[in-house]
Design a protein around this ligand. Structure first.
Ligand SMILES: Cc1cc2nc3c(=O)[nH]c(=O)nc-3n(C[C@H](O)[C@H](O)[C@H](O)COP(=O)(O)OP(=O)(O)OC[C@H]3O[C@@H](n4cnc5c(N)ncnc54)[C@H](O)[C@@H]3O)c2cc1C
Length: 573
């Protein structure tokens, strides 16, 4: 059995930022990640990270309050205002910190960190490293982790390990069980604190910008252990993904001035009341819906997609500021983005909901913290503003790390849980053995794809009761068919067929939380649009949805939103 003061699950930006705190405080810490850390989805982030740095001259200056007000309005008033204030106050210092660590941000001519406009924000507030911001940040942070570990030697990396279960007793974390994908062996870990930084659940949907590893199973292990999930029905759909592959074309492209055009070469966003003023940089929920409406009106190019046109921006600026867009459009759509418009369609992009925490990243279970996209702190509410989630990872990653250090320092080490952990490990081994030996007729990958279609067709950009209920029924059907699964390949090393069965079991429960939350939220707010209830209803639904696990099935309840700074108002752009 392994033993650590703390364990971080996830090697993306949130996990590594938390690891930095634990290592600085010389806590013996494991970082467990199902992929090598710099392959985490954070690496794919393109457009940038928000902070009121004031590096672009404007008549009035930007500050944390304006950033907070934009974020609250963007969230359609569902974000917790204490958490949002905390994030916006810390934004600038966290960005300077990673800059001083060496993050190669793009520069203004004066040499300051450059900033571009992003959707739903009154200022050019989004700092960026060309259109590879996540890449620049994740490598910088990983370098720092290596540096600090050379000095302290207190971090141990378990790369390509998959956490399958948390062990909780008396409402406190005691340990966890993880599968070493390289050997196929299960191992037990004893610890007094964990930080869950397992990223989003984008791959519940077939059409998604997310890496295939973003399955949401990190949320599922917390949910099975008794933590709450919050606001799971809020799924962000990004307006511009490459038609067909759904690879992201950053909002930075529209921030730099790109147009969205229909088959008549018309900037159609001007024809819709909610996007006619902000046009291409209206928030993502609004632009995505209007794109689908435009496609349904019969104005799609070739009946299939819309165009994102960069050409008027000019070759020099395109190559300098959006090199990734040019490369992706060329390689994956055969389009020369400097000279041709890019075919785009909306697709799933971000999971606003997640593991319920307070503004200190603490869940309802002692010693379990969560940060990054896996968590719902909640700073994004019903709709995330682009550029706020990279910010969330480094702000709340560090807060989760600091609070874990504080918790461990104030707590007596628990020595009596070894037996409990051993018996949980035996139980898990038996469960895994039974799953591994299954030889039914159902195929793991087929069932995964069926879940993907259910989510896209029944819980997509536009939702209504009958469709959602049908989705819920279909998910239950898929879950039942999992009992009749067959694992054809019986090797233990990197058995991806088996590994994807474990992912599927987690993802289906998370999918159910999305759909059930959506059925009960009989209003439209942010990304959750009900055609049968098209208006926001603050009287009945200005509240967080909470999903908790029971062996009989998911239980829904609600809790209040933390208000007090900005009064809810109609959301107009
Ligand atoms: C294409 C794309 C572009 C984006 N662009 C931007 C942008 O420009 N600006 C912005 O603000 N946001 C952007 N986002 C969102 C942002 O990148 C993510 O929300 C953020 O990086 C998530 O970081 P994270 O650390 O929470 O999780 P991730 O980086 O997703 O890391 C999750 C980690 O958890 C591990 N893990 C998961 N489950 C398990 C398990 N069961 N056992 C062990 N390990 C596990 C994984 O191995 C991984 O290391 C973008 C997202 C996408 C998909």
């Amino acid at each position: 059995m392994y033993e650590f003061d703390a364990i971080i699950i996830g090697g993306g930006l949130a996990g590594l930022r938390a690891a930095y705190e634990l290592a600085s405080n010389k806590m013996k810490t494991a970082v467990i990640s199902k992929v090598y850390p710099i392959r985490s989805h954070s690496i794919a982030a393109q457009g940038g990270i928000n902070a009121p740095l004031n590096n672009i001259e404007r008549e009035v200056s930007d500050d944390w309050e304006k950033h907070a007000q934009d974020t609250i309005k963007g969230s359609d008033y569902l974000g917790d205002q204490d958490a949002i204030i905390k994030m916006c106050k810390e934004a600038a210092s966290r960005i300077y910190e990673i800059e001083h660590w060496g993050c190669p941000f793009s520069r203004t001519v004066e040499g300051r960190i450059n900033q571009r406009p992003f959707g739903g924000q009154g200022f050019p507030r989004t700092a960026y490293a060309a259109d590879r911001t996540g890449h620049a940040m994740l490598h910088t942070l990983y370098e720092q982790i290596i540096r600090i570990n050379e000095e302290n030697k207190c971090l141990t990396f378990f790369d390509e390990w998959f956490v399958t279960r948390l062990i909780v007793e008396d409402n406190s974390i005691r340990g966890l069980i993880a599968l070493d994908l390289k050997t196929g062996n299960l191992e037990a870990f004893k610890t007094d604190a964990i930080i869950i930084a397992t990223g989003g659940a984008g791959r519940l949907y077939g059409k998604s910008t997310n890496a295939l590893i973003n399955t949401g199973t990190g949320m599922a292990i917390a949910y099975w252990a008794g933590a709450y999930l919050k606001d799971m029905e809020f799924i962000q759909f990004h307006p511009t993904t490459l038609y067909g592959t759904n690879i992201l074309v950053t909002e930075g492209a529209r921030g730099e001035g790109a147009y969205l055009l229909n088959s008549h070469r018309e900037r159609f966003l001007a024809n819709y009341e909610d996007s006619k003023r902000s046009m291409e940089i209206a928030p993502r929920d609004i632009v995505s819906r209007n794109m689908i409406r435009e496609i349904k009106k019969g104005n799609a190019v070739n009946g299939l997609y819309l165009h994102l046109d960069l050409r008027h921006i000019g070759k020099k600026a395109i190559i300098e500021k959006l090199p990734g867009v040019v490369e992706l459009a060329g390689k994956f759509a055969g389009i020369d983005a400097v000279n041709e418009p890019i075919p785009v369609e909306p697709a799933q992009h971000y999971t606003m909901g997640g593991i319920d925490t307070d503004a200190d990243c603490q869940t309802i279970i002692k010693g379990i913290y969560a940060a990054g996209e896996a968590a719902c702190v909640s700073v994004h509410g019903a709709n995330r503003l682009g550029g706020n989630s990279l910010l969330e990872t480094i702000v709340f990653g560090s807060i989760a790390g600091e609070n874990t250090v504080r918790y461990l320092s104030s707590k007596k080490k628990s020595n009596d849980s070894a037996l409990l952990i051993e018996s949980a490990a035996e139980e898990e081994k038996e469960k895994i053995r039974q799953l591994f030996e299954k030889d039914g007729k159902e195929n793991v990958f087929t069932l995964f794809e069926e879940m993907n279609s259910v989510m896209w067709n029944n819980a997509g950009i536009f939702r209504e009761e009958a469709q959602l209920k049908e989705g819920c029924k279909n998910l239950k059907g898929i879950k039942e068919r999992c009992n009749n699964i067959g694992i054809r390949y019986k090797g233990k090393r990197f058995n991806f067929e088996f590994y994807w069965l474990l992912e599927l079991i987690g993802s289906i429960d998370i999918a159910e939380a999305v759909v059930m939350g959506a059925i009960e939220r009989k209003e439209s707010r942010g990304s959750h649009f009900r055609t049968d209830f098209p208006k926001r209803d603050d009287e009945n639904y200005l509240k967080h949805t909470i999903a908790s696990y029971s062996p009989e099935g998911l239980i829904l309840s609600y809790k209040p939103v933390t208000l007090g700074y900005v009064e809810p108002a109609e959301r107009k752009y």
